[in-house]
Design a protein around this ligand. Structure first.
Ligand SMILES: O=C(O)C(=O)C[C@H](O)[C@H](O)COP(=O)(O)O
Length: 213
């Protein structure tokens, strides 16, 4: 799949809801109820970070839940890309972008949302055909004012800012011309997981949709 086609796919995903939940899931048994809660709350695109042993199994479980689009986050190696695709991920997210990751995503037909933190990184990705990118780490990198500053010279790139984004600061990003949606972990807090409090997670998702749409 070409980077241009990937960008069409990632743009469509980013336009489905204002937030892509970033998920760190330790237990595969939590996968289905968690995905069901987030989807019921109105957030269908889910990013499962490959930061736990269970992550690939979690992706496989979540991929079976109706109405969702499950992606793999924290893609760091070509093997991660291959594993994500095999587990049923339909998109990938990476904190940055290396040639090896980009090549692997193209070879595996996995639409990739690659990370950029500077104008140069964003331009390098644009040269390759990636017009939809993740702005990471968003808050530490200057937040909404920094992203706004990129819109003027680079209006053809749209972003999903992620990293330090919350319900409180998400509107600052979502009001920018170059932001499609935001990524964030706040909709699935560890405490709620531990208590298997899926209702709270569904409510956090619904609150995000209501306040940010
Ligand atoms: O590893 C990746 O591919 C990621 O997507 C990293 C995430 O962007 C951050 O972990 C989001 O973290 P919060 O600041 O808790 O919302």
């Amino acid at each position: 799949m070409t980077p241009e086609k990937m960008s069409d796919a990632t743009e469509a995903l980013c336009r489905k809801a204002p937030v892509i939940p970033v998920l760190i899931v330790e237990k595969a048994s939590d996968a289905k109820p968690l995905a069901e809660a987030l989807i019921a709350g109105g957030l269908p695109c889910l990013e499962v970070t490959l930061r736990t042993e269970a992550a690939l199994e979690v992706i496989a479980e979540m991929a079976q839940v109706a109405g969702g689009h499950v992606g793999a986050g924290t893609l760091l190696t070509p093997q991660d890309v291959e594993n994500a695709k095999k587990s049923g991920a339909t998109f990938g997210v990476s904190p940055g972008a290396t040639d090896r990751i980009l090549d692997a995503a193209e070879a595996n037909d996995l639409p990739l949302l690659p990370g950029a933190a500077t104008a140069t990184e964003a331009m390098q990705l644009l040269e390759k055909g990636y017009r939809i990118q993740k702005f990471f780490p968003a808050e530490a990198n200057g937040g909404a004012p920094a992203l706004k500053a990129l819109a003027s010279p680079l209006p053809q790139i749209s972003f999903c800012p992620t990293g330090g984004v919350s319900l409180a600061n998400a509107p600052d990003y979502l009001g920018l011309s170059n932001t499609l949606c935001v990524g964030g972990s706040w909709v699935a807090p560890t405490k709620a997981f531990e208590a298997k409090d899926w209702k709270t997670i569904e409510n956090l998702a619904r609150e995000a949709v209501t306040r940010l749409s």
